[in-house]
Design a protein. Structure first.
Length: 200
């Protein structure tokens, strides 16, 4: 399994998420259950690189303003968890809104202030349609879309319930991207070069 695979038509159940095999990512998007295999290496390296880049200045306050929680693959429930249980690749909360991380994601009721999806050919449609729409509906103010193959970062901000593309960054750009524009992000550190992957 290398893609988001539609497992069952509505109605899904949160029990489907609990029963998902270890090492997979399970989501319920408007009542439809999706199961994703472990991310491919370019996806995982970008995700890990983002955590390594953002946590020191924005979570720990080392070389930056602090004031955030940065979390990889949190399980988010928007209303009925049998209808909407989403797992963005990354999410961030301002500490003034989320004083501490809960012991269980099922206890979390605060929507993120920022989400980031790392898209691939197999996940782009779901990320850019249903999930992007839901993030707007629940009022998440900031969204990033990162494409490891195209080596691009798209920065969106919510205005009047709609996403506005604020900036696009590519290749070796140093991106001052809201809401983390206090510390520029060196995009070149995120990508895998073709020479660094197997030829097969």
């Amino acid at each position: 399994m290398t893609a988001h695979t539609k497992i069952s038509p509505p109605p899904a159940s949160y029990q489907d998420v609990l029963d998902a095999p270890e090492g997979t990512v399970a989501e319920i998007v408007d009542g439809v259950f999706y199961l994703q295999a472990e991310p491919a290496p370019p996806h995982r390296i970008v995700m890990d690189g983002m955590v390594e880049t953002l946590r020191p200045p924005f979570q720990r306050g080392r070389g930056g303003p602090g004031g955030w929680w940065i979390v990889g693959e949190p399980e988010l429930h928007f209303g009925d968890r049998n209808y909407r249980t989403l797992v963005p690749d990354l999410a961030g909360w301002r500490r003034e809104r989320l004083l501490s991380i809960p012991k269980r994601w099922s206890d979390l009721t605060v929507t993120p202030d920022w989400v980031c999806e790392i898209v691939s050919p197999s996940t782009a449609r779901l990320d850019r349609t249903d999930k992007m729409r839901i993030y707007a509906e629940v009022g998440i103010p900031h969204l990033w879309m990162i494409d490891p193959l195209a080596k691009t970062l798209e920065v969106f901000q919510l205005h009047d319930g709609r996403w506005t593309l604020m900036s696009t960054h590519a290749g070796e750009d140093e991106a001052a991207a809201i809401p983390f524009d206090a510390v520029p992000l060196a995009l070149d550190d995120l990508w895998i070069e073709e020479s660094e992957t197997d030829a097969d």
